[in-house]
Design a protein around this ligand. Structure first.
Ligand code: CS2
Length: 492
């Protein structure tokens, strides 16, 4: 069913829906956010909203999209850039209109030149990013020069298609205009996301112009951040919840998420920043222990539940958490196999952290689909599982849950759940489909062909016989017994 756009009527909102309390007329685009998907709406923009509510100021947000159509941005503008955030849990919901966004730019509506000019504006001090793991176009720690979009952007830097190409074009213009330093802040689920982003931007710039690369070195910082909030893609059910929470009004830009949120930011800004600490963000000198803790425990257990849960017929993470076997084994993955690999950030109680994650997974109001999390496995497995496996191989630890996750993924990408087919979303999906199509029933050849994907599985792992044998066994366990039984067999 298509839902018609209606302009929000602020006078007709239910009494418990809060609206921005700060002066929105003074907002200027001083932060530009590339990739305004569900997560950015509920996290990055919400933190700026709270910062403004607590301290006022003019730090407005320009949101930028490089893909899709501008329809939702047009609707956002018609609503004076206000949109709805509903935080939901079994205990109840909390609804508010967020007001930090003051401008939208869509490449298909405004043209790429306007986006480049925007990044060069003097008053803009921070470029933030949620462009997903694949958006950085980095492979094995380097800019992926084989990526066709990067190749195209290097040929035509004035008309970039990638976020990295756009940022470099914006920085080049900024330098030419003498508009001063700026910060580029990654908010994606990658370890050392700032370092990685810096590598991509610097290497891209160096390919064009050594002076530009030197200017970037001097004038641009790339802080790392750890971001956390579970924000599922919208479903019919969450759209209904938004409408219900607005007393029957429709907001096509509305979003639903869990109440929990965390943001840990490396305090390394070249040209000032909003006072995000007023919104509860932690500004620290070193984000790495927080990033690794979150990536390995939360995202690592998410991916475990995504592949094995999906294959076992569980549609959402809450369905997985409601199954005592999946709950117990996800907990063991975190506590026995991920926590030993971590440096504890500050005074965090890691076991209590793992339990708090399981509690969040049990939120039955969030319909976070296992299929959604299963997307882009080739981009996610290294930081979620494989770095921990390396640790265990070096230290003699147990990694059978992690390896069952890999076996689950190798079964998942066959796009066959007991005869039912589904879409496998992954930037390497053609290559994966080719390997699946070539499989003549010899599991050894199939598993080896996947292990040979060197942007996913590091050569030192593949050279390890113990690891290889464990992967073969895990793949077979899921293929022969089914995911539910393979997970149940993990029980001591
Ligand atoms: C999830 C994350 O889709 C996924 O891969 O693991 O989006 C997860 O929900 C967030 O990182 C939570 O902060």
């Amino acid at each position: 069913m298509t839902i018609e756009f209606q302009k929000l009527d602020l006078n007709a909102l239910p009494g418990d829906v809060s609206v921005p309390s700060y002066d929105r007329t003074s907002l200027k685009p001083r932060v530009a956010h590339i990739g305004f998907g569900a997560f950015a709406r509920a996290h990055v923009a919400m933190h700026l909203h709270e910062t403004l509510a607590a301290g006022g100021g003019d730090w407005g947000l320009r949101v930028i999209e490089l893909f899709g159509t501008p329809d939702l941005f047009d609707k956002l503008a018609e609503n004076d850039h206000l949109y709805t955030l509903v935080e939901t849990a079994d205990e109840g919901t909390n609804t508010r209109l967020l007001g930090a966004v003051c401008e939208t730019q869509h490449v298909a509506r405004d043209g790429v030149a306007a986006l480049i000019d925007g990044l060069a504006e003097e008053q803009l001090k921070v470029i933030s990013l949620t462009i997903t793991e694949k958006g950085y176009c980095v492979t094995n720690g380097k800019l992926d020069l084989d990526n066709p979009m990067i190749q195209q952007d290097l040929k035509a830097p004035e008309a970039p298609q990638t976020a990295i190409g756009l940022i470099v074009a914006g920085l080049a213009k900024r330098r030419a205009l003498g508009n001063g330093p700026i910060t580029v802040m990654s908010c994606d689920n990658l370890p050392h996301n700032g370092v990685l982003c810096g590598v991509a931007v610097r290497e891209f710039a160096a390919k064009q112009n050594a002076e530009l690369a030197a200017w970037i070195e001097e004038n641009v910082s790339f802080p790392s951040t750890m971001v956390d909030r579970i924000v599922p893609a919208l479903t019919d059910e969450s759209r209904d919840l938004i409408r219900e929470s607005l007393g029957g009004q429709v907001d096509l830009n509305g979003i639903v998420c869990e109440p929990f949120r965390q943001w840990v930011i490396e305090d390394n800004f070249k040209a000032g920043r909003p006072q995000w600490e007023l919104a509860g963000a932690q500004l620290v000198a070193d984000v790495e222990p927080f990033e690794e803790m979150k990536l390995r425990t939360l995202n690592g257990s998410h991916s475990f539940l995504a592949y094995l849960g999906f294959l076992a017929g569980k549609e959402t993470i809450a369905d997985c958490a409601a199954d005592p076997v999946f709950y117990a084994e996800a907990r063991k993955l975190m506590v026995d196999e991920q926590l030993p690999t971590l440096d504890v950030p500050g005074d965090v109680d890691l076991e209590a952290y793992a339990d708090s994650l399981l509690k969040r997974y049990s939120n039955s109001k969030l319909k976070h689909r296992t299929w959604q999390i299963a997307a882009d496995g080739t981009q996610k497995m290294p930081q979620r599982w494989l770095n921990s496996v390396k640790f265990h191989l070096a230290n003699g630890g147990d990694y059978r849950h992690l390896v069952l996750g890999i076996g689950g993924w190798m079964n998942y990408i066959r796009a066959d759940r007991n005869g039912e087919s589904y879409e496998v979303v992954d930037p390497m999906k053609e290559k994966l489909a080719e390997i699946v199509a070539k499989d003549g029933g010899d599991t050894t050849t199939y598993v080896d062909a996947l292990l040979a994907l060197d942007s996913v599985f590091p050569s030192e792992l593949v050279a390890n016989d113990e690891f290889k044998k464990a992967v073969h066994k895990a793949y077979q366990a899921v293929a022969e017994k089914g995911a539910a039984q393979a997970v149940a067999d993990l029980a001591d």
